[in-house]
Design a protein around this ligand. Structure first.
Ligand code: ACO
Length: 325
């Protein structure tokens, strides 16, 4: 059975935050951010929006694109690191907001920025086994709320957004194969320290600003460049795919220097690489489905195109998926 994407949708909030906006309260500059990260601007959710709100808009657009109704969905998986609340799962809130309450299963999946790739691979299994027909897989984040506005090393990197895909049986093309990976021994490089069972919120957490992300940027950078090429090569070897046959390479959008170095190590020319970080920053689990939706809506993605998607993030996790459109 071939399983592929029946419909795609995304939503990026309207509020644009430029590098110049950060110059007003951080010891940074447009020049530094542009040259060190490739980011020119990013989008922030407005105060009334949480992750489920962004995810819902993307999900409705994906359903419309697939020409399906909410009740046609058998399962909703939301890959996120910034759920509305620790529980209930954001996927349950999305289920309600799209009008599918009580009609299907719904859960969140937390795999750092690799969340959407993990969610898509998980959804794929439910369909391949014949258990379900349609699975809605979403990558959604209001990740900027977990970043410290006084930390120039993290705050300037992130943006908010959501991307959604409806997976189901297709006649041609579809998901060819995947690779998932994690190395928990280096998880300390990217952590949201407080609010879990290890360190519940307290006066101490407030003092330490433990309610904001702590990142060792250099280590994340090295892991990411290594993983882009390692996991991609593994997947290409496994599927007997030649690098030159890839039409579109969609890497997680964390830093344009990571993308360029990863692409160079892999040996894929930048003309085939989708870059959206300049406009949207790093929206964590949302960057891959949003980027895929952008080339789809722009009409660049053609039937029969071979697409390689690769992501990496907290955990530290990485994942790749090869698909024929
Ligand atoms: N503006 C100005 N200076 C800055 C800024 C800033 N926004 N941020 C850091 N600096 C300074 C540092 O303080 C340091 O100064 P010093 O030399 O005086 O101590 C200097 O820049 C160099 O710091 P480095 O960390 O070496 O800078 P680097 O070139 O590595 O860039 C960055 C830092 C952008 C964070 C980079 O390491 C990176 O992108 N890492 C990966 C981040 C990432 O991908 N995170 C998320 C992935 S997973 C996920 O998405 C959840």
């Amino acid at each position: 059975m071939r399983v592929g994407i029946l419909g795609l949708g995304s939503y990026i909030p309207e509020k644009i935050v430029t590098n110049y906006d950060f110059e007003k309260f951080l010891d940074t500059s447009d020049e530094w951010i542009r040259t060190r990260t490739g980011i020119i601007e990013r989008r922030f959710a407005d105060e009334t929006q949480a992750t489920s709100d962004l995810a819902t808009i993307a999900a409705k657009r994906a359903l419309e694109d697939a020409n399906l109704r909410p009740e046609d969905i058998d399962l909703i998986i939301v890959g996120t690191n910034s759920p509305d609340t620790l529980y209930p799962a954001t996927a349950c809130l999305v289920q309600d907001k799209i009008g599918a309450s009580g009609k299907c299963g719904a859960f969140d999946l937390q795999a750092g920025c690799t969340g959407w790739v993990y969610a898509a691979v998980t959804g794929l299994q439910f369909i391949k086994t014949g258990a379900y027909k349609h699975v809605l897989v979403i990558g959604a984040e209001v990740i900027t709320r977990l970043m410290d506005p006084t930390d120039k090393g993290t705050y300037v990197l992130f943006g908010d957004g959501a991307g959604a895909a409806v997976l189901g049986e297709v006649e041609e093309g579809g998901i060819i194969d995947f690779e998932l990976y994690a190395d928990g021994s280096i998880s300390e490089h990217l952590v949201y320290p407080a609010g879990g069972s290890r360190k519940p919120f307290s006066e101490e957490v407030l003092k330490e600003r433990g309610y904001y992300t702590k990142m060792n940027g250099n280590e994340v950078f090295k892991f990411s460049v290594r993983e882009i090429s390692r996991i991609s090569k593994k997947l290409l070897d496994k599927t007997n795919t030649r690098l030159e046959d890839i039409d579109w390479f969609i890497p997680h959008q964390a830093n344009v220097r990571i993308i360029q170095a990863g692409a160079e190590k892999l040996g894929i020319p930048m003309e085939k690489v989708v870059v959206t970080i300049d406009k949207f920053g790093n929206s964590s689990a949302a960057t891959v489905p949003v980027s895929l939706d952008i080339i789809y809506k722009e009409g660049k993605l053609k039937k029969g195109d071979l697409v390689l998607m690769v992501s990496f993030g907290a955990g530290m996790t990485s994942g790749a998926m090869l698909m024929r459109w």
